[in-house]
Design a protein around this ligand. Structure first.
Ligand code: 13P
Length: 253
């Protein structure tokens, strides 16, 4: 097992262009000596992608988008295609973030199409999934997650080389409440087993599964020490270069 950790900062709908550029520069300055040991990904708003990917060009850092269209191209006013994202210099895209699922009613069918478009455009996909609080409390979270994982059926072993998973329990996002390391590990191991049974044992060993949901400098080392947690998808704490850098540093211990 030799999965390089990936620490991603999802800036959501925060920062002006100037702030986003400054944040990317600060993150790069603080972490440039670490990029050989850990993959570092910055996911700014769409409007900042071209500028941020320009700043990170010729560095080992990666840039990603927060969403893409399920259509290749066409008369879809306001939509942004996977190939547009790729042409702006990004190499990753988030698909299925809980905020997209909940506030924009994205369905599993649409998410499957989005993954297809992203892979066809040459992007790496971070597929986000996770259960809401009522499902966690009722105990049916594995069935719920299984249903979300079915969205990933039909992609070849080769396509899986460009797929990363991100477990983001909805009850832990932006709440300051995180899954404890055993709760997260349980779901990550469950997902790896699913990949092994449905894709291949090799793909299961190679696929990175990130944890997201109130990852902070204080809890990052604990979570990232677990055998099936291969990185973090960080929201709030990625908006300050120093706290994002502290999380990256915690992944190295
Ligand atoms: P927080 O780290 O702010 O809880 O957000 C997590 C998240 O949604 C990352 O995509």
């Amino acid at each position: 097992m030799n999965r390089k950790k990936l620490i991603a900062g999802n800036h959501k709908m925060y920062t002006t262009l100037a702030e986003g550029i400054q944040l990317a520069k600060d993150v790069h300055n603080l972490l440039k000596s670490k990029a050989e040991q850990v993959d570092i990904l910055i996911i700014p708003p769409f409007t900042h992608l071209f500028a941020v990917s320009g700043i990170l060009k010729n560095t080992p850092f990666f840039t990603g988008a927060q969403n893409c269209s399920s259509e290749k191209e066409g008369a879809y006013t306001g939509e942004i295609s996977a190939s547009m994202i790729h042409s702006a210099g990004a190499s990753f895209v988030l698909v299925g973030h809980s905020e997209r699922r909940n506030y924009f009613n994205e369905t599993e069918e649409q998410l499957h199409q989005k993954i297809k478009q992203a892979l066809n455009a040459g992007l790496q996909v971070i597929f986000c999934f996770g259960e809401p609080l009522e499902i966690r409390e009722a105990g049916g979270y594995k069935t719920y997650i299984l249903n979300q994982l079915h969205t990933l059926k039909g992609f070849s072993g080769e396509e899986w080389n460009a797929i990363t998973l991100a477990y983001e329990p909805v009850w832990a996002i932006g709440t300051g409440k995180n899954a404890d390391k055993e709760q997260a590990q349980e779901v990550h191991a469950f997902c790896r087993q699913w990949i092994s049974e449905n894709i291949s044992a090799e793909t299961a060993q190679n696929t990175r599964i990130l944890y997201g949901g109130s990852v902070k400098p204080e809890n990052a080392a604990d979570l990232l020490s677990m055998p099936d947690i291969d990185g973090a998808l960080v929201g709030g704490a990625s908006l300050q270069a120093s706290s994002f850098a502290a999380i990256v540093n915690a992944s190295l211990v």
